[in-house]
Structures are given as C-alpha cells and as structure tokens.
Design a binder for this molecule. Structure first.
Ligand code: ZN
Length: 126
C-alpha cells in the first residue's frame, strides 16, 4: 500500500491486539519527540467482525496518519491535509463526530473554490 500510494516502504510496526474495540477500528501512535515510534494497532476481534475491504481501508487510513506525521505535515483526523490525502488514496474518513464535521467543512471549502475559482483561504483584495 505504501509503495503504491507514496513510493516508499512502511517504516513502523503493526500490532494486532485482542481487545474488543467499539470506539475505533484502528489506531496510529506516534511521538513528536521520538520519530522512531510509528505504530499501527488493529484489534483481532474487531477485524473478525468486519469485511476484508473494511479492514484494509482502516489499515490504509492509519498509513495516511503515518505518512503525513513522518513527513512533518498535519496528520490528525480533522486536518484538511489528512482528509485530502485520504480522499486521494481512497481511505475512509474517521467516523468520529469531529472528523465527520471536518470532512463536511472540507467538502464545503472545495465546493466554494470550484464555484468561485478562488482559494478558500486566499485574501480577498481590498
Ligand atoms: Zn484516524
């Protein structure tokens, strides 16, 4: 997946835990101070309840976190850059309320840009 979307190999680890997750399907851990901490965690039990496509989608979503964080870009679920990269590579957006709100805002900004031909955050000349 990393080769296909970014032309690089994943440099972190992937852990399968046995917890029964309800809140999330996967998690990505990183440490701003220690760049060697790059860890994707998935739950065996959660994976077993989901389709292969859904699990691979989650893995790709976590890899987008990894890719942006390790290249010094905003990589949180609510960041525009993160949402844009998820859409580009075909990864799902987080179901969390804040992430869904950010996604709607992101789409509204892009629609505005398409309508007006201007960048959303461009200064309007006086
Ligand atoms: Zn996420």
């Amino acid at each position: 997946m990393c080769r296909r979307h970014w032309g690089v190999d994943y440099t972190g680890t992937i852990e399968l835990v046995n917890r029964e997750w309800r809140m999330y399907n996967g998690r990505y851990f990183w440490d701003r101070k220690d760049p060697t901490v790059q860890r994707i965690r998935l739950s065996r039990k959660r994976n077993a309840e989901r389709t292969k496509e859904a699990v691979l989608g989650t893995l790709l979503h976590e890899l987008v976190h990894w890719r942006l964080r390790t290249s010094g870009r905003p990589g949180g679920d609510i960041d525009d850059e993160f949402i844009a990269e998820c859409l580009r590579v075909g990864a799902p957006i987080s179901n969390g309320a804040a992430a869904q709100r950010a996604y709607k805002t992101y789409l509204a900004k892009r629609a505005y840009e398409e309508r007006t031909g201007r960048k959303y955050d461009e200064e309007v000349p006086a």
